[in-house]
Design a protein around this ligand. Sequence first.
Ligand code: NAP
Length: 253
Amino acid sequence: MASRSVYPPNRILVLGATSAIAMAVMRQLVTPAAHFFLVARSKEKLTAVAQDLLVRGALRVDMIVADLDDTQAHSQMLSVATSQLGAVDLALLAHGVLGDQAAAERDYFIAEQILGTNLLSAVSLLTWLANYCVSQGQGTLAVISSVAGDRGRKSNYVYGASKAGLNAFLSGLRNRCDRSGVQVLTIKPGFVATPMTAHVAKNRLFATPERVARGILSAVRKRKDVVYVPWFWRPIMSIIKVVPEPIFKGRDL
Ligand SMILES: NC(=O)c1ccc[n+]([C@@H]2O[C@H](COP(=O)([O-])OP(=O)(O)OC[C@H]3O[C@@H](n4cnc5c(N)ncnc54)[C@H](OP(=O)(O)O)[C@@H]3O)[C@@H](O)[C@H]2O)c1
């Protein structure tokens, strides 16, 4: 089916709308025709994000406060969101946790929480949203994964596993939905200076949320499948992925 999506999108659903990367994306999407529906778990932060978008000139901003770990509530929440929007041009999944790797090595239930937020909640949301977008014959499902999903490393392999699972799910979902006019975009940021990495010493590889947002929206506009943001992470990861396991396992990465 030929693409019927238009750019910029006007009916925009954002899951994890208080994420710094999501906020940068939304600011770049504000037009007098932009109608946002925001979902996040902090009412206070969500209200501030909504106010910011309205002050910048968005047409309308609706919102629901929800903990996205509660997959049982997804169906009703997404029904409300899509009926308020009327249709979905762009759904951005931006929620996620880095988690505590050391704690997850000691306690399986910490690992389960990381997998639950980053992978299982996304699978639940995307199952519903993919069926919705296929039925409307258009829409972009833009999902923030990570370069960490390209190869498991000692320092964050539980987080990496959650993103690797997400990447495989998105690849299959794209294979299923592309012919129905639905774009499934896997977004792989490297290091981004956001609250998630506030505790990490910054280096030259860190990007701003604004730069990452520009890369995301360029990929939406070009209907790409997978985007590394910034672009230089693609060659970096292509090298990291081919390092033989006997060499890789001996390094502190
Ligand atoms: N920053 C990086 O270096 C980097 C690199 C690669 C990929 N990413 C990915 O980029 C995405 C956005 O992260 P960010 O960098 O923008 O960090 P961030 O500002 O800390 O955003 C993470 C967001 O996820 C939300 N969240 C976490 N668990 C949730 C839950 N159960 N229900 C609802 N919302 C929940 C947080 O909500 P609260 O505000 O309520 O905590 C927060 O708004 C994540 O998927 C992350 O894995 C980030």
